[in-house]
Design a protein around this ligand. Sequence first.
Ligand code: SIN
Ligand code: FE2
Length: 213
Amino acid sequence: MLDLFSEDSPWQEPLAEGAVILRLRARDIAERLYQEILCIADQNPFVHRITPGGHRMSVAMTNCGDLGWSTDSRGYQYSERDTQNGRAWPAMPTLFRHLAQETAREAGFTDFNPDACLINRYEPGAKLTLHQDKDEKDMRQPIVSVSLGLPAVFQFGGFERGDATQRVLLEQGDVVVWGGPSRLRYHGILPLKPGVHPLTGAFRYNLTFRRAH
Ligand code: SIN
Ligand code: FE2
């Protein structure tokens, strides 16, 4: 008999208008995505950047694509080169680009063409406090986020920092897309619980695809 409710196939979970979780959507390519991350990190290692306020971020970051997001004493910016070592970011793998475009389309955003992919690496205790993604030029383009490795609690809020948030657990292969009326919602990641993941060991990785310029 056909099992319509099998948890083995990906399913969609709406979060808000213009925001949806595509559960397990990238599960079957998780290993290939992870290998690409390692290859990118070989070329441009993960670093804990310092915010304009002088704080060391608990999340370690690198990027791939034409542009990369980083922060230093001058502020937050997208740039063609890593501001710390002057090197151009590694190219965005085709596998990444296709996943971002296909999942954006499934969420209702047809013309997504990312030029930046921020790669976050979370160790136990690492977190991302509530923030808006607002350094991109065209707010009609969505954000596509792909989770790998250890699970983490994603907070998805409103348009003010103090608004109530939904809390959802994101696991390996989950893809979240937010755009349209949800593009500027506050979001964040609660401190990562320690664990050992069969693919990524002690870490969680997250890819966020953006159209920056
Ligand atoms: C981000 O907001 O840039 C990343 C969110 C996540 O790690 O899931
Ligand atoms: Fe973000």
